[in-house]
Structures are given as C-alpha cells and as structure tokens.
Design a protein around this ligand. Structure first.
Ligand SMILES: [Mn+2]
Length: 482
C-alpha cells in the first residue's frame, strides 16, 4: 500500500534528476537587462530582505555546522527537520533537506518529523515526541562525550515562551540546538532558538522562498535544483498571481535569484505548480492526516508534473473537494457591526480554511472585513473548535496597509468578551498572518466570542448535514453554549 503512494517515475527520469531545470536555458540575464535594474539582496533597499542580514548569515552557519566533522569522532550531527504540513512547509523542508545533503550530511543523519493532527510544535505532546526522537537519533552513547542534535523548525508559526526543546536531555548528555525558520507574524520567539524570520521584512516572503534564498549560496546545485520547490511554497501561500518576478515596478526585488524563479515558472508552468500545490495540500486535510504521503511524493518528485500524476494524491483531493462542496452550503450570519460573516461547518476534514477562502470570494459589503469559518469536528479533542479567518477577496486588491488586520480585529472582539478571555484561550488564538488567521480554542469560549464579542445572534436551528434536524435537542444544545 505504501508502495502505491510513490509515483512510478521512469528510470530515465530518475537518472537525470533533478531534471526540471537541467535543460532550461538561462535567459535571466536578458530579462534583467530588459528590466534595466538589478537589485542585490542584502544591499540598499533590500538590505534586510528577505530577512535581517545577520540572521541569514547565522542560519547559513547553522546549516554548515550540521555536517561539521567533530575532530575526535568524525561525527556529523544528526539533524531533525520539522516542516509544517502544507505546500509551503513541505517544500521549505525539502529545500533544507536537499541543501544538507548537498553539503555532505548523509541521509541517515537527516530526519524529518511531522506534527500530529491538531498539535503544534508548542504543545506539550509534541515537545515530548520530539525529545524522544532527539534522544533516539543522537546515537545513544550514554557513557561517551556529549552528543549534539540539531532541530530545524520550518513554517511552524512563531511565539514566545520556553525553549522548544530542553537544551539538555538525558542528564546532560545530549545538546540540542534549535533553529526556527518562519514568516508568520510574531513579536516573540521561543527562548534559546536561533531565529530566521521574514515577518519583519516586507514584502513578507513565504517560508519556501526564505529557505531558498538562505540556502542559495551554500552549494552550487541548490539554485537550480530547488527553484521549483521555492515556487511551490510561493504558489501555496500566496497564490499564482501574487508575485511578478522581474517587474522593476512591482513589490519584489529584481535580483538574480528572483529572475531565476521567474524563468523556472516559464519552464515548469503555472498550471502544473498550482495543481501540485493543491495535491500536496490534500493529505493533511483528510481525517487520516497522512502528511507523510505528501512528503514522500515530494521527496521522490523531480518536478511538479511528477506530483500532478500521483494517483493517490489525486484520489485524496477528490474526497476533499466533495467535502468542501458539502460544507460550502452553510449560510453566513453577520456580526452586529457588519464586519464579520460567520459560517459554521461540521467536518472531520480540515476544510474550514478552504470554505473561508471560497466565501471570501463570494461576499463583499461596505463594512465586511472578515469571513470566519468555524469547525467543531476537526480537532481530535471534542472540546476544541478550529476556525479560519480570511479577508474578503475584493479587499486583496487594495494596498496592503489599507487591508484589514484580522489578528487585531480578533483581539478587539476578545477584549469585548472579558479581560480574561485571551489568557483562557491560550496561545492558539489569532496566530498566522494579518489577512489569514484563525485559531483552536475551547468551544465554550468560541461561543462567548460569537455572542459577546462579535454579537452574532444565535440561529434558531443549527445546520446539520442537510439531514432532518432533531429539533428540540439541537436547539437546546445550541443555546446552552451562549
Ligand atoms: Mn507558510
């Protein structure tokens, strides 16, 4: 069964991998000449882009140190990559994986770890899982010299707090060094982690682009081999139309690296990239949450078309599309101030973000700022609801500074509930991006947010699956939460 998840790439293909860009011409010099300018990242206007220069430099040192030969034992450091589950996270993870390999770290020293459904790298259960893994891969030489394990968190979101992993495990014999590579908004970061974030360097790039630009100078094969991976994350997080490469009038730099990406799009084609993104995003949306199958498909792919031909992923996407269709039939209800349209869905699939995006393109209104979709059935803990928020698609066209800040909006409604709300809901509230956020919070708190914060009036009957509604009980359940 596992076997069938791998695309059957022909021997020919496999031999010439990474093939996608090998035969591509390199017209970027001509494109740059046409543009008439040539930005240099890390200089002038782009001094702190895609991230602060000293952080980029430190991240490159961290990468190179992973294959550092220990003078006594000739050791290479076991390195664990912890990528997020979506196209941006997976492609960022693979860029790091390819770079570490190219730098000389053998495959048995590179480990890839995925977060369990509903958990995050900040949750206690995940810290425990990662600590066990770190001990397991450290070599287990309990009597010997301290061994070191490195962990790279990619695209996982950022927040303050205690160290992601205790730097000393197992009575001090294992040293863990952690690096966070991210682009989600945050003022605070975990104690003790080295951080590379794009969140303070507008225009904020994706984790995949950040990883690509960080790894670009580290090894000569990376610029070509990883360009399509950088694009997967960009298409995944920003969509196909957000970045125009090589446009000197546009928001993004016109640099060698960016022009190369523009050329790569012309070779691999936008449609194949978009299609590959939606297929890679499929496994993590199913109730089984089989992120590993998306990673396996990506790891063995030599370009987006290998992924678009993957039957297993196509089958999963079909199931999700059906679920999105079903859940998109929910009807919105509006907050008293007209700023929020709330939709309620009930699904074990992670379709709430997709339904939000879909309704975001349908709804507009003078005051409308936020489409919010709540799904009480997604999180394994039945007391928690997951919700996703997006700005109306019509507002995507206005200047970024004029777009609503949904994280702020959510915090405003939280303040209307009561002073203790933010503490009670914990760290998984209003994380992510200004225009795309959400949360996982106790359902009772969510209902307080709905009634006291946003002042959305309760509906007479809760929507259940289109089937006949068990009137009395459902109505009572619904009101009792307010
Ligand atoms: Mn991302």
């Amino acid at each position: 069964m596992v076997q069938s998840m791998f695309p059957k790439s022909s021997t020919k293909r496999a031999l010439s991998s990474p093939t996608v860009m090998r035969n591509a011409k390199k017209p970027h010099l001509a494109t740059a000449a046409m543009a008439g300018v040539r930005d240099v990242l890390g200089e002038g206007r782009w001094k702190s882009w895609p991230a602060p220069a000293q952080d980029l430099k430190a991240a490159r040192v961290f990468m190179k140190q992973c294959r550092r030969k220990d003078s006594s034992a000739g050791l290479r450091l076991p390195t664990i990559i912890v990528p997020d589950k979506d196209a941006d996270g997976l492609s960022s993870g693979l860029i790091l994986y390819r770079t570490l390999s190219a730098l000389g770290l053998p495959p048995e020293s590179i480990h890839v770890h995925f977060i369990a459904k509903g958990a995050s790298v900040f949750s206690t259960s995940e810290r425990a899982r990662l600590e066990c893994l770190a001990i397991a891969v450290s070599g287990g030489d309990l009597e010997g010299t301290p061994s070191e394990v490195r962990v790279i968190y990619v695209d996982q979101g950022s927040r303050g707090g205690p160290p992601l992993l205790q730097p000393l495990l197992d009575e001090g014999r294992i040293i863990v060094r952690t690096m966070v590579i991210d682009h989600h908004q945050s003022e605070d970061f975990p104690e003790g982690s080295q951080v590379l974030t794009a969140c303070k360097s507008p225009p904020i790039c994706t984790s995949s682009l950040l990883a690509y630009l960080m790894c670009y100078p580290l090894e000569s094969s990376i610029p070509e081999a990883c360009a399509w991976l950088a694009l997967l994350g960009i298409f995944g997080d920003l969509g196909p139309s957000e970045i125009k490469f090589g446009d000197s009038e546009g928001d993004w730099p016109v640099s060698e690296e960016m022009l190369r990406l523009g050329d790569t799009i012309r070779v691999v084609k936008k449609k194949a990239l978009s299609d590959a993104v939606s297929l890679l995003n499929a496994p993590r949306r199913t109730p089984e949450f089989d992120v590993q199958s998306a990673w396996d498909a990506l790891l063995s792919a030599d370009g987006p078309t290998t992924i678009t031909n993957n039957r297993e992923l196509r089958r999963l996407r079909f199931r999700i599309n059906e679920e999105v269709e079903r859940c998109s039939r929910a009807a919105p209800r509006f907050s008293k101030d007209g700023c929020v349209a709330l939709l309620r869905v009930d699904s074990q699939y992670q379709v709430h973000p997709v339904v939000a995006i879909r309704w975001a393109s349908r709804l507009k209104g003078k005051d409308l700022k936020m489409i919010m979709v709540v799904n009480p059935s997604h999180h394994p803990d039945p007391n928690l609801v997951s919700f996703s928020c997006r700005i109306p698609a019509s507002l995507r066209k206005v200047a970024e500074t004029a777009q609503p800040n949904l994280q702020q909006l959510l915090k405003g409604y939280a303040a209307k509930v009561d002073a203790g709300f933010l503490t009670r809901v914990g760290g998984d509230y209003a994380r992510g991006h200004k225009q795309a956020t959400g949360g996982i919070i106790p359902s009772a708190e969510f209902e307080l947010l709905v009634t006291k914060g946003m002042e959305i009036m309760a509906k007479s009957v809760r929507r259940v699956d289109g089937g006949p509604v068990d009137g009395q009980r459902k109505i009572k359940d619904f009101f009792s939460k307010g």
